[in-house]
Design a protein around this ligand. Structure first.
Ligand code: AGP
Length: 607
């Protein structure tokens, strides 16, 4: 969703901010803007559309430091030039960019109007700018002015402020929306996502909720909203700039699908413990006796993270024999859930920023539950809100549609399930069997990727239809859901996911020659039953694309994609890979904006 970049130092901040904004494009946005502070005051430029539209609208000679920029994903007010950030206060002194949502915006607007200040945009951000302007009448210092203004604000924010009277400073604040500072040589950076600044510095400081920072070329100081000084320690981020580049690829989605063998290697790295036939997971922060004491596991996440949680729940039930379920975090937080005192809760999120998942974790923590995270983004809000967990180490995922993070999350769940299982009743032989199968996954994923031509041909066939049905059973069911979502997301093709056995209870009525069916059919204990369903579909002129193993009968489907065998419990991980390529190639055939699907954002930081 929205993104922030800022620079203060001895170089020209404009190209640095523009390039940082382009790095944030993947998060999804509909307008962008930039402000520079200089001796002649603030210069502010904004444009609806892409960062390239902003670049085109900029005067050729604009340059300077400090500079701040923003990509906006509309919440309060339509995506227009006018509503784009930065917003300037009534006095023309402060320019503000903001991520998050101000909940008491209507009340603030009313007060400002009563004070004779007429906001020019429909945004909540402009209101913050005016509050800072009002506070500056009493507190000339911009940090004090920001602090005073924020006392009147309810909601979530990550924000950066330029002050025309101090054109060598940026003031930033965080509450519920990430802000990271980057330390350079006589220069400082700020961003909502480290990917925007990693090209310039890997030495970073994460602000915590309720903290304000003053950035000057020579360094920074931090304090709390109630003016207590805070000492921060910088850390080196383990990210490569090229992970954010397309390289030889046309789309990040394809690049990231192709990166899965290495991503899974990283997820597994240092965790397979052959000596004790188990998995070592250092970050759980729970002793074996505590892990034995949980009587149920509850997994929470949104979208693909939720579907990977469904696979996780199945793995934990199968391997550790602990009852486990997954639920959409977006629903969980609103149903006043009863917290199970004997339950282990697990929050799943690639970005670690998803507002609904974070709110679910906060609700659980408030009620005293034990919450672990399965997270990609190290140090993210959800990671820090948990009691411990498993980092998946998939590497940065830029494409809005997740691929490698989904796969690595499923691998992390498999490891967690073996770990929990080995503390309980999973035998050493089963531990060894699964460890070997996990070790073999990267090579098997690479083998599936080699079938791209056949999958592309199937995708082009699928792309001719308006609608498709995705079916699976037990282990194949979350995969059918994930695949249907992926096709919707990137190909804008209507897709329904159904449990195979449920078809005859209703949706079978839809089956005809114009309703293709994509069936996930592993050669497991349910294979015979799945085949019966496929016969029922065929008998009604349904066209079938089957994803299965080499034993799948040729005459039962028009098209078949065969994946290598693994241990049955891990089948979903491999069965999903061709379906990612299927969605990608269907989207390519339909000429979709694959990395920036319409209306979607990478990190959903609003409810
Ligand atoms: C997946 O392709 C989607 N982009 C989306 O469903 C995503 O998985 C969901 O928004 C959760 O994101 P998170 O993993 O960052 O929490």
């Amino acid at each position: 969703m929205c993104g922030i970049v800022g620079y203060v130092g001895t170089s020209n901040g404009v190209p640095i901010v523009l390039e940082g904004l382009q790095r944030l494009e993947y998060r999804g946005y509909d307008s962008s803007g930039l402000a520079v502070a200089g001796s002649s005051g603030l210069k502010v430029h904004k444009a609806k559309g892409r960062v390239s539209d902003l670049k085109a609208a900029l005067p050729k000679r604009i340059k300077g430091s400090p500079a701040i920029g923003h990509t906006r994903w509309a919440t309060h007010g339509a995506p227009t030039d006018h509503n784009a950030h930065p917003h300037v206060d009534f006095s023309g002194r402060f320019a503000v960019v903001h991520n998050g949502i101000i909940e008491n915006a209507p009340q603030i607007r009313e007060r400002l109007v009563a004070d004779g200040i007429e906001p020019r945009s429909e945004t909540d951000t402009e209101l913050i700018a005016h509050l800072i302007g009002q506070a500056a009448v009493e507190h000339d210092d911009p940090v004090d002015a920001l602090r005073t203004a924020l006392r009147r604000v309810e909601g979530a924010y990550g924000l950066a402020v330029l002050d025309a009277q101090h054109p060598d400073r940026i003031v930033v604040a965080r509450l519920g929306s990430p802000i990271v500072l980057g330390l350079g040589d006589r220069e400082m950076y700020v961003a909502s996502d480290v990917g925007a600044i990693v090209r310039h510095t890997r030495q970073v400081v994460h602000l915590e909720d309720g903290e304000i920072a003053l950035l000057e070329p020579d360094g920074f100081t931090t304090s709390t909203l109630d003016a207590r000084p805070v000492q921060k320690v910088s850390e080196l981020v383990d990210l490569d700039d090229e992970q954010f580049d397309l390289g030889e690829h046309e789309h990040f989605l394809r690049k990231e699908i192709g990166e899965q063998p290495e991503a899974v290697e990283r997820t597994l790295s240092g965790r397979l413990d052959e000596r004790f036939s188990t998995i070592k997971l250092g970050g759980l922060n729970l002793e074996p006796n505590e892990l034995r004491s949980f009587k149920r596991v509850y997994i929470l996440g949104c979208g693909s993270a939720y579907y990977s949680g469904e696979i996780g729940a199945q793995l934990i039930e199968e391997l550790a024999r602990i009852p486990a379920t997954a639920e959409a975090a977006s629903e969980f937080r609103y149903r006043n859930p009863v917290i199970d005192p004997d339950g282990l809760y697990i929050a799943v999120s690639q970005s670690g920023e998803t507002a609904d998942t974070l709110a679910a974790v906060e609700e659980l923590t408030r009620k005293g539950a034990r919450v672990l995270g399965v997270i990609n983004q190290v140090g993210s809000a959800i990671a820090r809100a948990n009691n411990g967990g498993v980092y998946i180490h998939a590497g940065p995922e830029v494409s809005v549609a997740s691929s490698k993070s989904f796969t690595s999350t499923c691998v992390a769940f498999a490891m967690l399930a073996v770990h929990l299982g080995r503390i309980r009743d999973l035998s050493p032989a089963d531990g060894d069997r699964l460890i070997q199968a996990l070790r073999d996954l990267p090579a098997k994923i690479a083998a599936i990727l080699e079938q791209e031509d056949a999958i592309k041909e199937a995708a082009e066939w699928l792309a001719q239809y308006d609608s498709a049905m995705f079916i699976g059973r037990v282990r194949g069911w979350p995969i059918a859901r994930e695949a249907a979502q992926k096709i919707k997301e990137v190909a804008y093709l209507h897709a329904e996911a159904y449990q195979s056995a449920e078809l005859k209870h209703g949706p079978l009525a839809l089956i005809c020659e114009t309703m293709p069916v994509v069936a996930v059919v592993p050669d497991d204990e349910l294979n015979e039953k799945q085949r019966s369903t496929l016969h029922e579909i065929k008998a009604r002129s349904g066209q079938i694309l089957a994803i299965g193993h080499e034993s799948f009968p040729e005459d039962l489907a028009e098209r078949t994609i065969v994946v290598p065998r693994t241990e049955p419990e891990l089948d979903p991980i491999l069965l999903n890979i061709p379906l990612q390529l299927l969605a990608y190639h269907a989207a390519l055939a339909l000429d979709r904006d694959i990395d920036r699907p319409r209306n979607l954002a990478k990190s959903v930081t609003v409810e």
